[in-house]
Design a protein. Structure first.
Length: 255
């Protein structure tokens, strides 16, 4: 998933997202999400949600030349179209393009969520290849992880240092020096296990192929590392991996 970068002065203009497409029933990995186009409001006629706006299409996902307005008309980058105010979702300022927690966005709607996660997934540069991909984003205590594969089918450069997360003195989710990652979920479960003294459950959900198994591996690796950090002898380290391995061995997929 990727999203277009906002114009440098977008925060000084009336900008919004216009729904100009739909998701295919069986999209291919390399297909762009042609859901929303970034538009600049040029003029307005009327008041409230019924106001008719003249907007200019500034940029679209992947710069794809063909998108479709809800009524079926084609729209090109740079084209001016008339839309109802209620059909335009307010754009967030560019300073929130790489927001770590979606709950901190000024405007919380589908277009804003997709744009922020898309920009993070592309490392802030949708045209850059090999740049770091921040493929995880928080929504409060929830971690949303996107499969870390580039649109071209390659793998983005890893920018996460495992030891930084394992050795974090404060909870990973509140440590602003660390980017969101499934390891943060393992950290939260581990800390609450120690603080509350109660069993903890980790819920990992998503569609087929979304990366549930990989996220499970991330959490398991984190818990094993935390367990190992409390002992020094190799035989003790091996024995101490039994508990998390057994716990995740009893996990099951719920349909």
């Amino acid at each position: 998933m990727a999203a277009a970068a906002l114009a440098a002065a977008a925060d000084q203009k009336d900008m919004g997202w216009l729904k100009t497409g739909k998701i295919a029933k069986k999209p291919k990995l390399t297909d762009p999400l042609q859901l929303y186009s970034l538009c600049e409001v040029l003029s307005s006629e009327g008041i409230g949600d019924d106001a008719i706006l003249t907007v200019k299409v500034v940029e679209k996902y992947y710069d794809d030349p063909v998108n479709f307005l809800p009524q079926g008309g084609g729209v090109e980058q740079g084209e001016m179209v008339k839309v109802a105010r209620k059909d335009l979702q307010a754009a967030n300022p560019p300073t929130q393009d790489m927001c770590q927690d979606l709950g901190d966005l000024d405007n919380l709607h589908e277009a804003g969520l997709l744009h922020c996660m898309g920009m993070r997934y592309c490392g802030g540069d949708k045209k850059g290849m090999g740049v770091k991909a921040l493929y995880s984003t928080f929504i409060g205590p929830i971690c949303v992880a996107v499969n870390p594969f580039s649109p071209g089918g390659g793998v983005w450069k890893n920018s996460f240092v495992f030891d930084d997360y394992v050795k974090s003195k404060e909870p990973v989710m509140t440590n602003k020096k660390l980017e969101p990652h499934p390891w943060a979920v393992g950290d939260m479960a581990y800390r609450e296990l120690l603080e509350e003294g109660n069993n903890q459950a980790v819920l990992i959900c998503g569609e087929s192929g979304a990366g549930k198994t990989e996220c499970c591996k991330f959490v398991l690796a984190f818990l094993i590392a935390k367990k190992e950090s409390t002992v020094e002898r190799l035989d003790e380290k091996l024995m101490d991996t039994n508990d998390p391995l057994e716990a995740f061995g009893n996990a099951k997929t719920v349909n």
